[in-house]
Design a protein. Structure first.
Length: 258
């Protein structure tokens, strides 16, 4: 089975985030890492390959330096990586991003496309739905357990009230939750071998995507203004001298919050 896994390079969780006032975009020039929940998707793909054979290909949209992060997933056991890196794609919103990724996935013709739950920078948890719609393929999201017999995929989907078990014919798109597995650490052999695995960098032209359909030109969202969060309202600092509980109670009662 051929499995494509969509992964994204994001600013490292420990790095301070800054919005560039010129472009009104997140400054992505600092420390970067592979989006944490995408590692669950990579792990699941590798487990399926180990059990049933096949190929795991990483698909990503990002700057050229994203290859550094993709190598971590190659070191875990993915077979090759495809990165769409094109200046004209910078500033792509959900609509443009889904268009470009769908074009890259069409080219791969994978049986199963896996996504992580959400990216830690955009945090939309929605890209997989947009891509599945463009590919006209069934989607199962929030999947905490996954099985496939080669012609259908079955996902145990987490809901507020328990689990739904959903089956869909392949080819299909699945977004996994972080409960699905514990991603492995790459072995030393895996790290050493990652650099020599095939890593392809594609332009928009390679995918037949018009530059006018990507980046800001192809986006349907415009950031009009950015500002600091509003100042907090009235607050009370209570030093605990043994009467803090009573003071908190009095404060809440006074404001009819209790
Ligand atoms: C006006 C505007 C400008 C923007 N400019 C940029 C920009 O210049 N650079 C930038 O990186 N983002 C930019 N973004 C954010 C970008 O549009 C989103 O990151 C993207 O649409 C995915 O949405 P999300 O981050 O909410 O992903 P989610 O829906 O939370 O992601 C779900 C899953 O989709 C997959 N995924 C997400 N992004 C990618 C990707 N790029 N490649 C492969 N798989 C992916 C991962 O598996 C992830 O776990 C911009 C957004 C707006 C509104």
């Amino acid at each position: 089975m051929k499995i494509a896994v969509c992964v994204k390079q994001v600013p490292d969780a420990t790095a301070a985030k800054r919005i560039d006032p010129e472009t009104k975009r997140l400054d992505r020039s600092g420390e970067a890492a592979l989006n944490a929940t995408d590692l669950n998707a990579v792990e699941e793909a590798i487990r399926l390959k180990e059990a049933q054979g096949g190929e795991v290909v990483l698909v990503s949209l990002g700057p050229e330096r994203a290859l550094e992060s993709l190598r971590k997933a190659l070191a875990m056991g993915a077979d090759r990586a495809v990165l769409v890196a094109d200046e004209a794609a910078a500033g792509s919103d959900l609509v443009a991003t889904s268009r470009i990724l769908a074009a890259a996935l069409e080219r791969e013709q994978a049986d199963l496309v896996l996504f992580g739950q959400a990216s830690s920078d955009g945090d939309g948890a929605v890209l997989w739905a947009a891509v599945a719609d463009r590919l006209r393929r069934p989607l199962i999201s929030q999947v905490a357990a996954l099985t496939t017999d080669g012609s259908t995929v079955t996902g145990k989907r987490q809901t507020e009230h328990g689990y739904d078990t959903i089956s869909a014919p392949l080819p299909a798109v699945v977004a996994v939750s972080d409960a699905i597995n514990e991603p492995r650490y790459p072995s030393l052999k895996g790290i050493m071998g990652a650099k020599s695995k095939p890593q392809e960098t594609l332009s928009l032209a390679d995918l037949g995507v018009d530059a006018a359909e990507a980046g800001e030109a192809g986006s349907r969202t415009t950031v009009l203004a950015l500002g600091p969060p509003p100042a907090r309202g009235e607050s009370l600092k209570i030093e605990d001298d043994g009467s803090a509980a009573q003071k908190i109670l009095d404060y809440l009662v006074e404001r009819r919050l209790l």
